[in-house]
Ligand binder design. Structure first.
Ligand code: NAP
Length: 288
């Protein structure tokens, strides 16, 4: 069976690794905090001592890490994965990152004769655990086809958006819209509560009306229930909105919307909500 390494066993990477193991792949995992590998080791994963150790002998190496800085360190830093990969192996970067870094990483991979795909995802904790993520992919079709069995195990759909960098752009726009909705929703809920409205009745207007996106309905329910068990952590949405704001600025599009929404997530992080779900951004507004 194909050897696959997963680097990063957070909310998303642990679910993805579980799906690869369930599909019968020979899976090696690596995570900075070793405790997150224990459950996967119990169901057959080999636990590597470093990213390089994980990547040695792997046909495919998949990273699911926090941000550009972590991705750079894990792929190209000391003990990094890229230098340990064999010629012709496939590196897949699934974290939500900037197009600039993904493009640089693709170049570094090519210089080592490693094939490269960017493959950020839509879907969250539950979709990762159930193998129903949607992969947004930038790169060559023949590489996608070679990696298809791994994508099929982890996801319900794959969209090839073009060359490397295309998927980062679409993923950041996706999270830009999600982040803006979550931020405006938090403000609306705080407004309803400060007016003493029947909150369920007031929210039913949003849940049943034109604003009722899956984002508004899902995160809105968690805000009302004060259910902050993490699906997607507050600082990671702040990161994505920062990257989206930069992408807009780089394209010459004057926009303050991503920056304003990002501030809600930064405020929540500063207020101690950093280890909670994005729904917790409503808490500082409730207390204001
Ligand atoms: P997470 O649970 O916070 O996991 C982050 C991962 O990055 C963990 O493996 C963490 O290791 C690692 N990491 C962080 N800082 C590190 C450092 N300095 N050195 C080494 N490793 C480090 O986040 P997640 O929700 O799985 O998200 C992973 C990626 O997917 C992010 O780019 C996120 O934006 C994206 N994403 C998330 C969702 C979602 O709904 N959760 C959906 C789509 C995309 P430790 O365990 O040691 O901290």
């Amino acid at each position: 069976m194909m050897k696959i390494a997963i680097l990063g066993l957070g909310i998303m990477g642990s679910g993805m690794a579980g799906q690869l193991l369930a599909a019968g792949f020979d899976v090696t995992v690596w995570n900075r905090s070793a405790d997150k590998a224990v459950a996967l080791a119990e169901v057959g994963a080999r636990v590597a001592a470093s990213p390089a150790d994980a990547a040695t002998g792997a046909a495919i190496v998949i990273a699911m890490l926090a941000d550009d800085d972590v991705s750079r360190m894990i792929w190209t830093g000391q003990g990094g994965a890229l230098a340990a990969m064999v010629s012709g192996a496939i590196a897949i970067e699934s974290s939500t990152l900037t197009g600039d870094w993904v493009f640089d990483l693709a170049r570094e991979a090519a210089a080592r004769d490693v094939r490269f795909l960017e493959a950020p995802v839509t879907g969250s904790r539950d979709q990762a655990a159930q193998g129903t993520l949607r992969f947004l992919v930038g790169g060559d079709v023949d590489v996608i086809n070679a990696a298809r069995p791994a994508f099929d195990a982890m996801g319900g759909a794959l969209v090839h958006l073009g060359p490397v960098g295309s998927a980062a752009t679409v993923k950041l726009a996706n999270n830009f819209l999600c982040g803006v909705q979550a931020a405006s929703l938090a403000e609306a809920i705080a407004l309803f509560e400060k007016h003493g409205l029947d909150i369920e009745q007031a929210m039913s207007i949003l849940f049943d009306g034109a604003p009722a996106s899956p984002m508004v309905k899902g995160v809105g329910r968690r805000m009302l229930d004060r259910d902050y068990a993490p699906h997607f952590l507050v600082p990671l949405m702040a990161k994505d909105l920062g990257y989206a704001a930069q992408a807009l600025a780089d394209a010459g599009i004057r926009s303050s919307i991503a920056t304003a929404a990002r501030q809600r997530f930064l405020d929540a992080d500063a207020a101690g909500e950093g280890l909670r779900d994005i729904a917790a951004i409503v808490e500082p507004l409730r207390k204001a």
